[in-house]
Design a protein around this ligand. Structure first.
Ligand SMILES: *Cc1c(COP(=O)(O)O)cnc(C)c1O
Length: 224
């Protein structure tokens, strides 16, 4: 079974090794639309970081796999109304893109009983506001808001490459946005960028967290 997810994960990690990144790189396996059994299979060979982009699918999977010591990364667009629910199971929120969202995460009852979550500010690398992420002009203010938040720990930036631009050029811009965020919070040195098709370019421009779906999981089941 050379195309089992565990074999594809091993092959991917070998390719990553071949690129000789000069720093530690976290591979997040994005398992959206795939059953919990696939996550369990990859956990069995020692993988710990998994990503999901939709609530409640993410919540259900995290609950079903609560016996495993996994780190869940929420990489999808976050709705203000659902944000606190997502933060109840997601260890890392990759898609903080507005101060409203930070307000929502800090609100509600018993805020001090909730874990402080790692957070990345998502930057929109396109001119289309519908693509998610804060526009570069609003980046510094949002990063300052997250850095000051009692609900979040600012870790860095996240982005998705535009469809109509070479990914390397977009990730080069992202690296400069990451520098701006580090000027606000020096420890916020994570760059979440790179998917199955463009992870090498992301790596070349400083990505510390790759979000890999289909290259490891195989094609998403119907509907994905
Ligand atoms: C699905 C998804 C990925 C993984 O995409 P692949 O092309 O399957 O590797 C990465 N990031 C986000 C935000 C996603 O929604």
């Amino acid at each position: 079974m050379t195309d089992a997810p565990a074999a594809r994960l091993a092959a991917f990690l070998e390719q990553l090794e071949g690129e000789r990144p000069a720093r530690g790189v976290t591979v997040i396996v994005v398992t959206k639309f795939h059953p919990a059994a696939l996550v369990r299979e990859l956990a069995a060979v020692g993988h710990r970081d998994f990503g999901e982009n939709r609530h409640p699918e993410a919540r259900d999977k995290a609950a079903e796999l609560a016996d495993l010591d996994l780190t869940w990364h929420y990489v999808g667009q976050l709705q203000r109304k659902k944000a606190r629910q997502v933060a109840s199971y997601a260890d890392v929120l990759h898609s903080i893109d507005s101060t409203d969202l930070v307000d929502a995460l800090e609100g509600g009852e018993h805020p001090h009983d909730r874990p402080v979550r790692d957070a990345l500010v998502q930057v929109n690398l396109t001119d289309d506001p519908g693509r998610g992420g804060v526009a570069p002009a609003g980046l510094d203010a949002l990063a300052e808001r997250v850095a000051a938040s009692s609900a979040l720990r600012l870790r860095g930036v996240m982005a998705v490459a535009p469809l109509d631009e070479a990914p390397a050029a977009a990730f080069e811009r992202l690296a400069r946005f990451a520098e701006r965020v580090r000027a606000i919070e020096p420890s916020a040195d994570w760059i979440s960028a790179g998917m199955s098709a463009d992870w090498r370019e992301a790596l070349q421009h400083g990505a510390t967290h790759l979000r890999i779906g289909t290259a490891i999981t195989g094609n998403r089941p119907a509907g994905g």
